[in-house]
Design a protein around this ligand. Structure first.
Ligand SMILES: Nc1ncnc2c1ncn2[C@@H]1O[C@H](COP(=O)(O)OP(=O)(O)OP(=O)(O)O)[C@@H](O)[C@H]1O
Ligand SMILES: [Mg+2]
Length: 234
């Protein structure tokens, strides 16, 4: 479905992505982990057209999307949430979701309500986004992404700062989306929670993919344990 091949992205002297190759098959639920600054968000940014890579090629469902603008990539079926949710605070929850649906979705009101329902936000539809608590803001961010009708969804630390019960709720929403056929790449520092849900883990370190595969195998690799030393207890 997605094929990232030898992608390099530099910021001045920093090599944020160093010949990264990474694939997503249709229907997958993948965890993307790695220490701060290892290139996770940058990977999402080059796939979704925020940045153009200096080298490499990105293909989605057979077509080359390297360097295409974000809205075109979104309309082809890749959506993402941002590490820091930025809803339009003085618009309602409904209006925020409708806006993303009008911009990159099918323009149908039923799609907006479906996205709200899938995220458990239908009761909050007419509340101003600025009044939501953190978990609701994260669910709104997710609803906005879903309202564009993606086939592939990148979630950038969508559960960061949430309580265990809130993470479980969010993860059950993600499982539901995945069972409906949306492929998911979930960036998450809480690896212990993450591995309860994902079937594959990709590990980044200093702009490279250092491991990729079955969570129980990958998380035992010495180079993975070392790159997460002090924060991972598996
Ligand atoms: N717009 C930018 N300008 C300059 N440097 C950047 C920019 N975006 C990212 N970087 C640098 O690229 C590297 C990778 O950053 P990135 O945000 O992708 O890491 P990350 O894995 O998402 O980290 P975190 O877990 O903290 O979110 C870091 O050294 C970062 O400082
Ligand atoms: Mg990041």
């Amino acid at each position: 479905m997605l094929d990232v091949e030898n992608v390099t992205k530099r910021f001045g002297g920093i090599i944020a992505l160093n010949k990264v190759s990474f694939t997503v098959e249709s229907g997958e639920f993948i965890g993307l982990i790695g220490p701060n600054g290892s290139g996770k968000t940058t990977l999402v940014n080059v796939v979704t057209g925020v940045y153009k890579p200096e080298e490499g090629r990105i293909a989605f469902q057979g077509s080359d999307i390297t360097g295409k603008p974000s809205h075109s990539i979104c309309r082809l079926g890749i959506s993402r949430t941002f590490q820091i949710p930025q809803p339009i605070e003085d618009m309602t929850v409904y209006e925020n979701v409708a806006l993303s649906n009008r911009f990159c979705g099918d323009g149908k009101d039923e799609t907006v309500w479906e996205a709200l329902k899938l995220c458990g936000l239908e009761d909050k539809a007419y509340i101003e986004a600025g009044k939501l608590i953190l978990v609701e803001k994260r669910l709104l961010e997710l609803a906005r992404a879903i309202a564009t009708r993606p086939r592939l969804l990148f979630l950038d630390e969508v559960a960061a700062g949430l309580r265990p019960g809130e993470i479980r709720h969010l993860a059950s929403v993600l499982r539901d989306l995945n069972s409906r056929g949306i492929s998911i790449v979930w960036i998450e520092h809480n690896v212990v929670e993450l591995v309860k849900y994902v079937r594959r883990v990709v590990v980044m370190h200093f702009g490279r993919v250092i491991a990729d595969g079955d969570p129980s195998r990958v998380l035992r690799l010495p180079e993975v344990v070392e790159s997460y030393l002090g924060r991972l207890a598996v």
